[in-house]
Structure formats: structure tokens, C-alpha cells
Design a protein around this ligand. Sequence first.
Ligand SMILES: Cc1cc2nc3c(=O)[nH]c(=O)nc-3n(C[C@H](O)[C@H](O)[C@H](O)COP(=O)(O)OP(=O)(O)OC[C@H]3O[C@@H](n4cnc5c(N)ncnc54)[C@H](O)[C@@H]3O)c2cc1C
Length: 385
Amino acid sequence: MFSFWEKQQYLGKYDVIIIGSGFTGLCAGITLLKSQPALRVAIIESAIIGTLASSRNAGFMCYGSPSELGTDIGNQSTANSLAMIRAKHKGMKLLLQFAGKRNIQFKKVAAYELLDKTAPATTAALEHIDALNGLFQEAIGIPQYFSQTTKPHFADGFQDAIAFAYEGQLNPAATVYALTQLFRNLGGIHLNATTAQGLEKSEGHFEVPTNLGTLQSKQVIVATNAFTSALIPSSQIQPKRAQVLLTSPIAKMPYLGNFHMDFGYVYFRNVGNRLLLGGARNTNFESENSAKPELNPLIQSVLDTLLVKLLPHQNYTIEDRWAGIMGFDVKNRPQVRVLDSNLLLVAGMNGMGTALGPALGYEAANILLSDRFTGHKAMRIKAFL
Ligand SMILES: Cc1cc2nc3c(=O)[nH]c(=O)nc-3n(C[C@H](O)[C@H](O)[C@H](O)COP(=O)(O)OP(=O)(O)OC[C@H]3O[C@@H](n4cnc5c(N)ncnc54)[C@H](O)[C@@H]3O)c2cc1C
């Protein structure tokens, strides 16, 4: 039961409802209100605190590793590869601008892909390094983003690496918090523990039934990433689980910065003097095609084994483990789609949403604000084809 005042404040009619409060939805909401402060905009989020990906991710602000990007450039046109690098670059800048570097504990850090001589990822990485450097130069003006190195000596078996020009580290929950605060300060209504149970088109508006009651809005942006198919089955976004672990403080932390391995499926970084290690869903794709944010002991034991190799002579315990859910587009390309007049979908960040989410949320908001938002047919926005 809600009071008259609460109904007026939270359950009245909106100009725009954004479903999903990760980096994508929040940046869409902020963009809308920065441009049109008089709009009544709500963001609804089913998680009680935070989100199911953005606030529980590993906190890498990155373009991807050479073995991962090398595989991608083999599967898409040069124009698309350039568009993706540019979108990530733009998303990084937007996120820092909106959330503020200090608020999110942002650090520019060294980054590497570690090369195991016998692994297929090593061949793929080395094969594509020149082509990738050409693309990065053209897209963002950095001449040699990736360079081969033997300088850092990590644990045995991990001495060869490709060094990146830079990457970023941030605190994901602090980032969601900072974006939420900005959205609220701009006049947005933000509701956690609120789930959209459907989406119904009515005359001149959408009805969004939720556990709080039915909300009405002229326009809707669906930014639910992994969970998009429940609301928009034609999106064909697939959920994929990601899991991480975090060690206790380590006396002599050998790894400062961001580290990638194995086509981007494995990643680790320092969190102060702790080590965060995550990924390995490639060791059991089937079980990890899951929308349940639960730990899988099989994947965790793969991470445990790797951790022992990475930190052979160190004393530590594993203090935390958690899981979150990523959204993948079937063609591995993020979607910004006008589905109907006044209904927009932005999802499929493919495990790269720290950079992509803000860029695509911004793009979605600008489509909604522009005259282009009149289409009745599903379409993908050209830059992200
Ligand atoms: C463990 C882990 C580590 C990762 N590490 C990195 C990394 O280091 N760097 C990187 O770039 N990316 C990383 N990712 C991926 C990244 O977190 C995502 O790509 C990004 O957060 C997606 O942002 P989003 O806003 O599109 O989606 P989300 O953050 O998933 O937000 C969508 C929200 O919609 C909500 N929702 C869904 N359905 C409904 C509904 N019906 N009603 C209301 N709300 C709903 C969900 O609860 C969810 O919180 C990682 C992901 C995980 C899980």
C-alpha cells in the first residue's frame, strides 16, 4: 500500500522509463536529463542493491586483449572494428566525465596479455598485433597500442607478454553509485527492487507492470543487457555468467595493473595489494550459459588452480568469490535498436560494458532525443552494425 504522495512521487506518469540501472541505463538517463532537464525520467532496477553486472564486475576499463580482438577482426569488417574501438574510447571518456575519476577510484594502469608459448591464444595475439595497432592508430590516434615485451618477469611460465599503452581500473560499485547520484541530482527517479514484468503498448504510451504497480511512460529504453530476452524475445540476447575470486592482502604483490589471458576468457588485476582473478567460462561453456548469479564449483576450482600458478610462493587466503551475468548478442555485436515508435533497446555489451555501456547508453538517449526516433521497424544503428 502506498500513500497518495508516494504514488504521485514515484508511480505517476513518466516521459521516459529506463529499465535496467547498469552503466548503460544510467548513462542513458544522465544524457537525457543533461539535455532536457524538464523530462520526467525513471530508472527501474530489479536488484535490491547495485546491479547484476555493472557493480559486480572486475573493474577493467579496457578495449580488449590482442588475442580476443584479433579473433573479432577476423569476423567483422574493418569499419565495424574501427567503430567498436571508437565506441569504447568514447564510453571511457563519458564514464569518467559523468562519474568523476576520484569518486570511482579510477587509475590508469599498465596492462598486459600474458603469452603461454604453447597456447592458441598466443599465436592469435602475435598474428594480429600489427593489424590491431593500425586500427587503434586510425580509430583513436595511438600509434603502437600493443607491443611485445619480455620485460616483466611474473611467475614461471608467464614471462612473455604483450604490453598495452594503458588501461584503467575502477571500483565498479562506486561507479554505479556515482552515476546513480548524478542521475538523481539531475532530477531522475531511481527505484531499486523494482522489476518490469512486461511491456505493453497502449494508446500514446507504454504500460510497464512492476511489483510496485503499473507505471506509465511515453517512451521506454530497455537496458537490461543479459535479461533482455525476457522482455524482448526477438533481441536474442544470451546470458553468460562470469565469476571472480579475490585474495586476502599479499605481502609482495607481483602483479600491478591489468592482466589478460586466453582470448580474454581469463583476467586478473591487483585491487590494492589483493589479487582479483576471474573468468574461465571457456572451460565449461554449457554450464556458464546461465542467468543465475551463482558460483559454479567447477569454474572456481579452475580459478583456484591458476591462482596457485600465478602466486607460487605467497601466503594468502581467498576472501571473496562472486558471480554476475553478462549479455551477449548472438552476432557478438552490441545492439542499439529502435523497436517501435517510442521503444528502444540497448543491450549485448558482450562482457565489455564498462566502456561500451556508457557509449551505447549515450547513443540510445540521443536517438530518443532526436527526430530519428520515429522508426517503426527494428533496426540496428549503423555505427554498431
Ligand atoms: C564478474 C564480471 C566481471 C566483469 N568484468 C568486466 C570488466 O572488467 N570490464 C568490462 O568492461 N566489463 C566487465 N564485465 C561486463 C560488464 O560488467 C557488463 O558488460 C556491463 O556491466 C553491462 O552493463 P549494462 O548496464 O548493459 O548491464 P547490467 O549492468 O547488467 O545492468 C542491467 C540491469 O538490468 C536489470 N534488469 C534486468 N531485467 C530487469 C527487469 N525486468 N526489470 C528491472 N530491471 C531489470 C538487471 O538486474 C541488471 O542490473 C564483467 C561482468 C561480470 C559479471
